[in-house]
Design a protein. Structure first.
Length: 151
């Protein structure tokens, strides 16, 4: 590729594993990081405007633009998830809102947010925790078990 500074081995690694040169650094992590900076700029550009579902969806679309997920038929980039997903770490698993519940849960979340003119730090943390519990977007945390439940 003209102008690329990647070696043949690095290019092969990207193609074969979607990582950089065997380091385990995922290409999507790099893309999402740069997209995250753009999302932050967008939030600053729209400071003071009403927070809406469409704005949140637009930020998701910006965040995932150019990632592997943006080419996945299972992902709805800039739209709510189609399949159940989970939040999981090494010790626990938390169920999230079912796809059929996401829109109404997001509307309730935003209605509560808009019911106050000013928000304390604790209220912002609560909003984030409730948003994570809804987990409205596809993020790859879909297991075969959850796909079977959705059927």
């Amino acid at each position: 590729m003209k102008g690329s500074r990647l070696s043949e081995e690095q290019t092969a690694s990207i193609y074969d594993t979607r990582t950089i040169d065997g380091t385990g650094v995922k290409i999507d992590d790099i893309i999402e990081t740069t997209n995250h900076f753009r999302c932050f700029d967008i939030v600053l550009e729209h400071y003071g405007e009403s927070l809406t579902e469409n704005f949140i969806k637009m930020l998701h679309k910006q965040l995932k633009s150019g990632t592997y997920s943006s080419h996945s038929p299972d992902a709805v980039i800039g739209g709510y998830k189609k399949y159940p997903n989970i939040i999981q770490d090494a010790v626990s698993e938390m169920q999230t809102a079912h796809p059929k519940q996401v829109q109404s849960e997001m509307q309730k979340l935003l209605k509560g947010y808009h019911s106050k003119e000013h928000h304390t730090f604790d209220e912002i943390l609560d909003f984030h925790a409730r948003f994570e519990k809804i987990h409205p977007f596809y993020d790859g945390n879909v297991t075969q078990r959850h796909l079977q439940k959705a059927a």
